[in-house]
Design a protein around this ligand. Structure first.
Ligand code: HEC
Ligand code: HEC
Length: 339
């Protein structure tokens, strides 16, 4: 009897496979307690002296999209961190209005509330600190001039009064509002999250297999660095990219930090190509191939990056898994700027 059931079950599975059915939901096992550990905590971490309030989020959103914050008046934060490109710019490297190319790729700015290190080399300790600059598109003098201009604008006076009552319009309050807005940007509720929360129909079999490759130390070994709910250990590693950039070594003069960069989140990763601190990988498949061959410059590579024994199927599954990390997309409405 048991055997008959088993044979029937495998016949059904074979039929479904033959039919090219993409979502073999019933075949994906239920998540374990450990799998649920990937779910992002619902509460957004925030510093006690700069709590998220709706008025602060609104002010920060306006400032983020206002090109008048920059010296040239031609660039806003959103010029390099675009909502529809996973809050990156889709370029290998950003270009300033004067034609200068910035040396590092624009990273995403969502889920940063869950991070403890900022910038590719971790030289910033908080989002407030990051927003204070120095910025490549915004000199200290420009920042001061923009602040003086905003003080004269009735629209900004009202927004600041609502967000930080009794406090002046200053570089500090501008930076604090920008930090609050960015903390409000959270990517969650991806297909993978829905599976981890118990919905066994949320992942395709391919995506589920990719998760297994990702998490298995003897296969992809990806989770040794892309760990925890935000898929980052908040650490710095050299993954064997050919690049002259010293990375973290600029900040911490330890040999292991030469060519080491911050582990980026993998949430919404399908939206934010190209990849790496230098934008040198165009696709997720290129990234997987890079890890499979153990990197290219192995002179100071992390011991966790080594040639992997991955089949063609494993590689495709890994890419499929990363595509399952795209959070629920809410249409983003750009704010109206005060005149
Ligand atoms: C010219 C393009 C450009 C503009 C404009 C820009 N950024 Fe960035 N942003 C970058 C690049 C490139 C990096 C990474 C630099 C590095 O690590 O050395 C970055 C890093 C960041 C980070 C750190 C993210 C992380 O994962 O650690 C935050 C936060 C951020 N930017 C917010 C802003 C805000 C706020 C503004 C507006 C005041 C802004 N950016 C304007 C290109 C830009
Ligand atoms: C030793 C730690 C480590 C391991 C192991 C590791 N990564 Fe990474 N990953 C990083 C770091 C650090 C970066 C950024 C490197 C850079 O830009 O120089 C990165 C970058 C990436 C990126 C590009 C992200 C972006 O926003 O640009 C993807 C995608 C990625 N890794 C996927 C994977 C996959 C898939 C695996 C397993 C096959 C894996 N990683 C294994 C640390 C690691």
């Amino acid at each position: 009897m048991k055997n008959t059931v088993r044979i029937l079950a495998s016949l059904v599975a074979a039929a479904l496979l033959a039919a090219g059915c993409a979502t073999l939901g019933s075949q994906v096992p239920a998540p374990s307690a450990a799998d649920r550990g990937w779910l992002l905590p619902t509460a957004i971490p925030m510093p006690a002296d700069n709590l998220n309030t709706p008025a602060r989020v609104e002010l920060g959103k306006v400032l983020f999209f206002d090109p008048r914050l920059s010296g040239s008046g031609a660039m806003s934060c959103s010029s390099c961190h675009l909502p529809h490109l996973g809050w990156t710019d889709g370029r290998k490297l950003p270009i300033l209005p004067n034609g200068e190319v910035v040396g590092r790729h624009s990273p995403t700015v969502f889920n940063l509330a869950y991070n403890t290190q900022f910038m590719w080399d971790g030289r910033k300790v908080s989002l407030e600190d990051q927003a204070m600059g120095p910025h490549r598109h915004l000199s200290k003098a420009d920042f001061a001039a923009a602040t003086a201009r905003f003080r004269q604008m009735a629209g900004y006076q009202a927004l600041f009064a609502a967000a930080y009552p009794g406090e002046p319009i200053s570089e500090e309050t501008i930076s604090r509002a920008l930090a609050v807005f960015q903390r409000s940007l959270v990517s969650r509720d991806s297909a993978f999250d829905r599976w981890a929360a118990g919905d066994t129909t949320a992942l395709t079999l391919e995506q589920y297999r990719g998760y297994k490759v990702f998490a298995d130390p003897a296969k992809g070994n990806c989770a040794s660095c892309h760990s925890g709910p935000n898929f980052t250990d908040n650490g710095f590693h050299n993954i064997g990219i050919k690049s002259a950039d010293p990375g973290r070594f600029n900040i911490r003069k330890v040999a292991a930090m030469k060519g080491a960069f911050k582990t980026p989140t993998l949430r919404d990763i399908a939206l934010s190509a190209p990849y790496y601190h230098d934008g040198s990988a165009a696709t997720l498949r290129e990234v997987v191939d890079h890890y499979a061959r153990g990197g290219d410059d192995r002179s100071n590579v992390s011991p966790d990056v080594r040639p992997l024994d991955l089949s063609e199927q494993d590689k495709q599954d890994l890419v499929a898994f990363m595509r399952a990390l795209t959070g629920r997309q809410v249409a983003f409405v750009e704010p109206k700027l005060p005149q």
